[in-house]
Design a protein around this ligand. Structure first.
Ligand SMILES: Nc1ncnc2c1ncn2[C@@H]1O[C@H](COP(=O)(O)OP(=O)(O)OP(=O)(O)O)[C@@H](O)[C@H]1O
Ligand SMILES: [Mg+2]
Length: 235
């Protein structure tokens, strides 16, 4: 399990997260929902170790990684696909993907590369293109493919469908669900709340840095507050 226990975090100035606790189990899609500025990306960054938190603890399969760096957490099986994708635009798709496995041996890299190409059948024909010349949806696949090269047991996807055409939104969310079926624990941050809950198992709704609601995806999808605020009043 990837577990955050009472996370307290912020940037210079006011705290952003107030004792946020979540548990992502292997094999499930865990939806982290909430309005803009609620603290979703901040939670993701604390879990991945790219932002130091002031309080609380993070565990990976019961190992306390609170003091571990981002690189050490990748080695423990936690990979983050950040909100803005952060691809190297002038490098090829192949180089961007391979970069995700820089800590691994040549043979591990080759095996992971083949698996990423199977997961995203759209990628093989794009390998020689520059990342910046791809569509948003194609770039998102490269970003997720790069994260998968580290062979993560827990994958954090921060708004993978942001700015994508509806057809790509469905593809990306189905791919997230497929990874969970293979045993990966997926933490999914999504503005498409209905679609996220449709592929999710559990969910948390953050409100101004606090856990406002927590439950199974069907419970959250039928909660009147969620229906009114996020699902346009239609359950
Ligand atoms: N680098 C930063 N420096 C200072 N404040 C920040 C920084 N990043 C985020 N914040 C603030 O922290 C709060 C939570 O931001 P966060 O990015 O976690 O929200 P979010 O839920 O991911 O929102 P969104 O849906 O817009 O991505 C916001 O008030 C935001 O302005
Ligand atoms: Mg965010």
């Amino acid at each position: 399990m990837l577990r955050a226990e009472k996370l307290v975090a912020g940037y210079v100035g006011a705290p952003v997260l107030h004792e946020v606790s979540i548990e992502v189990r292997p094999g499930e899609v865990f939806c982290l929902l909430g309005a803009n500025g609620a603290g979703k990306s901040t939670t993701a960054k604390c879990l991945a170790g790219v932002l130091r938190h002031a309080g609380g603890r993070v565990f990976v399969d019961d190992v306390d990684v609170t003091q571990a760096t981002a690189n050490e957490r990748v080695a423990r099986g936690v990979s983050l696909v950040p909100e803005a994708r952060h691809l190297f635009g002038r490098s090829t798709v192949r180089d961007n993907v391979i970069l995700g496995a820089w800590t691994r041996s040549r043979s591990e890299r080759a095996a992971s590369f083949d698996r990423v190409m199977e997961t995203f059948p759209q990628l093989p024909r794009l390998l020689k293109r520059r990342a910046r010349d791809l569509s948003g949806g194609e770039q998102q696949m490269v970003a997720i493919g790069r994260a998968l090269m580290a062979n993560p047991r827990y994958l954090i996807l921060d708004e993978p469908s942001l700015g994508l055409a509806p057809i790509y939104v469905d593809t990306i969310l189905q791919q997230a669900a497929g990874l969970a079926r293979q045993g990966v624990g997926v933490l999914l941050i999504e503005q498409n709340v209905g679609k996220a809950l449709a592929v999710g198992h559990h969910a948390v709704v953050l409100e101004t840095g606090r856990v406002a609601l927590t439950g199974t995806a069907p419970e959250i999808a039928t909660n009147p507050l969620v229906v009114d605020s996020y699902l346009g009043g239609i359950a």
